[in-house]
Design a protein. Structure first.
Length: 430
């Protein structure tokens, strides 16, 4: 399927293809919190549309917005913000899923230095069949100016379909989000101008991870909207459906389900807006919270949709209720933009890294992430809780609280968790 043309034109007229692009470049210039509110509204009505819009701007051209130079932004952002052209994020390959750094796509610099020749294939690319502008990640040869040694490092490029040599496969037949185009994208001897290098030579992995971390906050907001829509349907049905002489909403079992659904919605929404507010305040390190919000929201939304179907009973199982579509659309959220399993490892290793900083030992698996460590809680909690954090001053108290992670670190030595495999495991929707 695809989004109806009438809907697309309506979204264009409202500026929905360039929500966070600065006004001077043709966008609306929304803050992260304002953007979250917009995607929550869209997510309440259709997650497929939310994904199509998100793939375009949350990750598709986000690299240009975050890392593009002045000329790159002026060249590409106006037509992307207007919806004249769609964007796509091309990272995932047949041989590299969660192991993002093992990509095989190659970009070779020409002898004249004027362009790169790009060859390779990407899979499961959202907007892959409709995009005109791609953020593509490829291996490039880099020479150490001191030693003369050459190594392969990932770099990011802005690639246009108009360059030639870019082709797309047929739309994938997916379980859900069917109005979001997903396809393979192939690059065969594509000549990419050297000025289309994005973020610096060899900086592609950092660019990719920053784009993904930055884009994840919208997922929790979109799923909060979906959860709200399901909850409203469940509440209406519980109030109208009569059994044993009264509405089923008066039965404790149904009330318990509705209460649980409302709680999950509340936490998901609070998490989404706390994260977007932190980003708006320019806090430098939000990747941990972004990962947690993605894990929690994707699993909470699945529970809410499942319980909504249960409350509607047989009607919930019918296509006309719309809930079976919601369930199918939601399933992908536990897989793309970092599987929940990989992100859980990221969250756990973040905590273990903080303990390593306190107690010594091997270098952490992720490098510095901007999380202060010490033997009080100051700097580790929300600013509004700093006064309470100041009460935990005794190093003995801090050490006592660290006994468990220290025990874990003693049991699981770095030799059992190969460092070379860890840092490149945070992947993505393609």
């Amino acid at each position: 399927g695809s989004i109806e043309e009438e809907t697309v034109e309506g979204l264009k007229s409202m500026g929905c293809f360039g929500l966070q692009v600065p006004e001077e470049l043709g966008g609306i210039g929304l803050t992260n919190t304002q953007y979250a509110r917009m995607v929550e509204v869209v997510g309440m009505h259709d997650l497929g549309v939310a994904i199509a819009l998100g793939a375009h701007q949350s990750i598709g051209f986000k690299g240009i917005l975050l890392f593009g130079n002045k000329s790159q932004k002026e060249k590409y952002l106006p037509r992307l913000a207007s919806g004249e052209a769609y964007a796509a994020f091309c990272l995932t390959e047949p041989s590299s899923g969660s192991d993002a750094a093992s990509i095989q796509t190659v970009a070779e610099l020409s002898p004249c230095g004027g362009f790169y020749t790009l060859n390779g294939s990407k899979i499961w690319i959202s907007n892959g069949g409709t995009a005109e502008v791609f953020t593509v990640f490829a291996k490039t040869r880099i020479k150490n100016i001191t030693t003369g040694e050459e190594t392969d490092k990932m770099s990011a490029f802005i690639v246009e379909r108009a360059f030639g040599g870019v082709s797309s496969g047929p739309p994938e037949q997916k379980m859900g989000i069917q109005c979001s185009n997903t396809a393979e994208v192939h690059f065969e001897d594509v000549k990419v101008p050297a000025e289309n290098l994005l973020g610096g030579l060899g900086k592609g992995f950092q660019v990719a991870m920053h784009i993904l971390n930055n884009g994840r906050f919208g997922m929790a907001a979109a799923m909060a909207g979906t959860m709200r829509g399901v909850l409203l349907k469940a509440v209406d049905h519980a109030a109208d459906r009569q059994q044993f002489g009264k509405s089923i909403g008066r039965f404790g079992a149904i009330q318990e389900k509705l209460a649980h659904m409302a709680m999950l919605l509340y936490v998901t929404e609070a998490m989404a807006y706390m994260l977007s507010a932190n980003m708006d305040m320019k806090l430098p390190d939000y990747k941990l919270e972004a990962a947690i919000s993605k894990i929690f929201a994707s699993e909470a939304a699945w529970t809410v949709a499942d319980e909504g179907i249960q409350i509607l009973g047989g009607m919930g199982y019918m296509k006309e209720s719309g809930l079976e579509k919601v369930l199918r659309d939601l399933r992908i959220f536990r897989i793309f933009e970092g599987t929940n399993e990989i992100l859980r490892l990221f969250v756990a290793l973040s905590g273990m890294e903080a303990s390593q900083a306190i107690f010594g030992g091997q270098r952490g698996p992720r490098g510095k992430v901007g999380v202060p460590t010490g033997q009080t809680l100051q700097g580790l909690v929300h600013p509004e809780l700093e006064d309470c954090a100041a009460l935990v001053r005794d190093p003995a108290e801090a050490q006592q609280g660290g006994q468990l992670p220290r025990g874990i670190l003693a049991r699981w030595q770095p030799s059992r968790l190969p460092c070379s495999r860890r840092p490149r495991s945070l992947l993505a929707r393609g």
